[in-house]
Ligand binder design. Structure first.
Ligand code: FES
Length: 113
């Protein structure tokens, strides 16, 4: 049976909270989550790199790949997967924008290994 949290969206920020690059870091149930705008679309993924904890929200983007600022592991903002390191992944969250409000799914999900 699926958890009750699935399908629940919680407001975490407003569009005005995004910085010049279209990013923000928010708390979702005690997890740091990065909001990242790519080609006009917002994505949400766990902010903490699984390698050594680098803040992905501060990384550089190349297409949909967000490179960790510490050792440059790339993570696809759409899937949470690191294409260069099989098994390295971060949780991703669904995003909805309702007027000015940004909402994310209360329970993120990991991509399959
Ligand atoms: S901490 Fe992210 S690549 Fe090392």
């Amino acid at each position: 049976m699926r958890g009750h949290a699935e399908g629940i969206f919680i407001p975490v920020a407003t569009l005005g909270d995004l910085d010049d690059r279209g990013r923000a870091v928010v708390d979702v149930g005690g997890t740091r989550v990065a909001l990242v705008r790519v080609d006009g679309r917002l994505h949400a993924l766990e902010d903490t790199c699984p390698h050594r904890g680098g803040p992905l929200s501060e990384g550089d983007l190349a297409g949909t790949l967000l490179h960790c600022p510490l050792h440059a592991w790339p993570f696809d903002v759409r899937t949470g997967q690191c294409p260069e390191r099989p098994g390295a992944r971060v949780r991703i969250y669904e995003v909805r924008v309702d007027g000015e409000r940004i909402l994310v799914s209360a329970s993120g999900s990991f991509p399959p290994r």
